[in-house]
Design a protein around this ligand. Structure first.
Ligand code: NOJ
Ligand code: CA
Length: 746
């Protein structure tokens, strides 16, 4: 992207897109402050607030911490047509199906329509919106399998120009209006961005890519090497295949090419300049993790943002499980939680025991450094909807209650709150993307999401709390979330026809009587907690869901709930959220390892610091108000400095057995500080299956530094062969992208 364009957008942001501060805008913050009464000050816990009521404990005003949020996922084309004039736009015609008979065509939804419906979305307590890719998609339709019906990029994953808004959806002005209106309503915006590919290479626009309307890469005349030409993915369980071959028929971008790197980062930068708060990265399993780590680094240097990637996985049994976790714990990007999605399906749609939910949660807790940042979902745009699998509103309500109260950030796919589904072809893509048919605010699902969505912002136990299972069985799950003295107790009987008798519960709710935060809509009544923390035995009716909560007063000891971004570098902003931090006048210090960070702002629930000039590594942080004691500790990863992508290749390897793996290490934290442990080194390196003597990997390394490095082989029996000295040496460029090739030293 030309630097002049970048400059003009940067200044545009300063004036038109101030930092996101919905809770301080207008009179709303004042109203909130007046409405907030510490629950502990009341003789008995208050009843659930009326649906749509404003909650206490306003959300942290930052875009790195989405834990208190509910995310609402929208396929723009299928949501609401607010501007029929763009349905078959000039220059991009012939792909609109006015009667919605062609499910592969545009149906009219757009940014204006979505903006009009924001009050409906906000009514659910939703405070983050994930929109389908909004960039200009193919102008020429595809005709698959000889079908006369055109296939269009109505879903957004067939980019033609990542620098423009698709004219079916509107203009940059419409996009800006969406961002501004959403921010005014306390809603953060997440764009979906496909950096893996352009568009299908066998028809339509043939994979070709444009920048601001100008052709920059021609798939069939690819002189500058913008694309890989290695055919379709041969083995989805092999990272070389995944990253360097085509996903389906999609023209696979070569992120290792500096021009491609600049094109994609420039497009992302443009969206940041237009005020987006987060990005959902499509197909991260199919791009080099090292490259995505540099993308995260670039984005966080512009200010804290929330990034989440799509890496479908079957959980611990998945052949790429280790690679997936390595990515989640080192890239700065969270991952959509496909393992909990499968568990939710198995339990609520298929009827497996509720025990599976707890077991899956334990794995997530062990595996992920930041389990609370991984988003949970029931439905999405790629799989049949819940109601296609199990036609039961009651069970869907149960699944929703779980998703909105379990550890992790809940995502609601558009229409789930209206029980929307289409059963054609089992609800598979594209039948999981019907037009939004009604915007009722009175469905039980809408009401349930609303109650729990608002509760997430009122009671920090849902965003930051631990999980404790109290009762777990085939049909019953009773669990408690707790953050300091904030407690949320959730009870559900999933059985559609059997009542359940329960013995006393040992809850951490304080003594008192609690009304159901769902207003009794799903059968819940009051809960009495005795002086000893026990409750009387009770009966749960079939399909009963109840939520009882206690929102504590501001604690005297600080409680740290979130540090973000998860991965950053010295000089960048880091935000710590929680409770009991005191105020700006009393202040205090923030420790990062044994260093103290420079405080930029300090309030009771949120502190912003600047990362000091420290060595790269994984750090524990804590908040120490001047009136000690200090808070609990949480971790964040700090890189050595701004990152650039470098492809490291080793040739002349001793002939490798199929299960042998090659790793890279070097004299910087990003390369594992010359470690001999494969878990801390970089790898395994990848390459075409038949190449036994050379491997490579694209790695994120600190810019402008001179590095020494070497490779080692971990054989299938666990033994190692380490390369002989001397170390290889390289100078990392200060910007852009690079590659090095080293000859294995036997
Ligand atoms: C995953 C997306 O969720 C899916 O809808 C899309 O078709 C593929 N990635 C390719 O972009
Ligand atoms: Ca339209």
């Amino acid at each position: 992207m030309p630097s002049s364009a970048a400059g003009s957008h940067r200044s545009a942001r300063a004036s038109r897109f101030p930092r996101w501060r919905p809770w301080l805008m207008g009179g709303l913050g004042v109203v909130l402050a007046l409405l907030w009464v510490p629950a502990a000050a009341l003789p008995l816990p208050p009843s659930a607030p009326p649906f749509g009521a404003v909650a206490s404990n306003p959300p942290p005003e930052n875009a790195a911490d989405f834990k208190p949020d509910v995310i609402y996922q929208v396929v723009i084309d299928r949501f609401f047509d607010g501007d029929p004039s763009n349905n078959d736009p000039v220059g991009d015609t012939g792909m609109y199906s006015a009667d919605h008979s062609n499910w592969h065509a545009y149906w009219g939804g757009d940014l204006v329509g979505l903006t009009q419906k924001l009050p409906y979305i906000a009514g659910m307590g939703v405070t983050a919106l994930w929109i389908s890719p909004v960039v200009d998609n193919v102008h020429s339709p595809l005709f698959y399998n000889g079908s006369p019906l055109p296939n269009a990029g109505y879903h957004g994953y067939w980019a033609r120009d990542d620098y423009q808004i698709d004219s079916h959806f509107g203009t940059w002005a419409d996009f800006d209006r969406l961002v501004q209106t959403a921010h005014q309503m306390g809603i953060k915006l997440i764009i979906d961005f496909a950096a893996n590919h352009s568009n299908p290479n066998g028809g339509g626009d043939g994979g070709n890519l444009y920048q601001d309307g100008k052709l920059v890469a021609n798939y069939n005349d690819d002189i500058a090497g913008w694309f890989h030409h290695n055919g379709g993915i041969f083995n989805f369980d092999d990272l070389y295949s995944d990253e360097y071959e085509n996903l389906f028929d999609l023209a696979d971008l070569a992120q290792e090419n500096p021009q491609v790197d600049a094109y994609l980062k420039g497009a992302i930068t443009r969206f940041l300049q237009h005020g987006v708060d987060g990005i959902r990265f499509d197909a991260v399993k199919h791009m080099p993790g090292g490259w995505l780590t540099t993308v995260n680094d670039m984005i966080q240097a512009e200010g804290p943002h929330y990034l989440v990637g799509e890496w479908p996985s079957s959980g611990i049994a998945d052949p790429l499980h280790t690679s997936q976790l390595r990515f989640a714990n080192t890239s700065g990007m969270a991952l959509l939680d496909f393992s909990m999605n499968a568990a939710i399906d198995n339990v609520f749609a298929t009827g497996d025991s509720m025990v599976e939910l707890d077991g899956t949660q334990q794995h997530i807790n062990q595996d992920f450094l930041w389990p609370l940042d991984q988003p949970l979902f029931i439905d999405n745009h790629d799989n049949p909807r819940f109601l296609n699998k199990r036609m039961s509103h009651d069970l869907l309500n149960d699944a929703l209650a779980f998703t909105l109260t379990a550890p992790g950030i809940p995502i609601i796919y558009y229409g789930t709150e209206q029980y929307l589904f289409d059963n054609t072809n089992g609800g598979n893509d594209p039948y999981n993307r019907p037009m939004m048919a009604s915007f009722s605010t009175t469905t039980p699902a809408y009401q349930l999401i609303s109650a729990l969505g608002h509760l997430r912002h009122q009671n920090p136990a849902l965003a930051y709390g631990s999980l404790r299972s109290l009762v777990l069985g085939q049909d019953v799950y009773i669990y408690e979330r707790q953050f300091g003295n904030n407690v949320v107790l959730v009870a559900m009987n999933r059985s559609l026809n059997k009542a359940l008798s329960l013995a006393s519960l040992a809850t951490n709710l304080p003594t008192g009587r609690y009304s159901d935060a769902l207003g009794g809509r799903f059968g819940g009544g009051d809960l009495l907690v005795n002086r000893d923390g026990s409750t009387p035995g009770m009966t749960m009716q079939p399909s009963e869901v109840a939520v009882w909560q206690f929102t504590a007063a501001e604690p005297s000891t600080p409680l740290l709930g979130s540090v973000g971004p998860e991965q950053t570098h010295p000089g960048d902003a880091l935000i710590l959220d929680g409770e009991g931090f005191g105020n700006v006048a009393t202040g205090g210090r923030v420790e990062i390892g044994s260093s103290v960070a420079t405080v930029k702002s300090w309030s009771a629930h949120s502190i912003t610091v600047q990362v000091p000039p420290i060595q790269g590594g994984l750090y524990t942080l804590r908040v120490c108000p001047f009136a000690e004691p200090c808070s609990n500790r949480l971790v964040a990863r700090v890189a050595s400095g701004p990152q650039v992508p470098v492809t490291f290749r080793v040739t002349g390897l001793p002939d490798l057995a199929p299960a042998d793996q090659v790793y890279l290490t070097g004299d910087t934290p990003e390369l594992g500080n010359e470690t001999g442990m494969k878990e801390l080194a970089i790898g395994p390196l990848i390459g075409p299956i038949l190449d036994h003597t050379s491997k490579f990997l694209l790695v994120s390394v600190p810019a402008c530094q001179t590095l020494t490095y070497h490779f080692f082989v971990v054989h299938h029996d666990g033994t190692q062969t380490v390369e002989a000295g001397p170390e290889h040496m390289m100078v990392v460029p200060c910007t852009g992208e690079s590659s090095v090739t080293a000859l294995w030293q036997a």
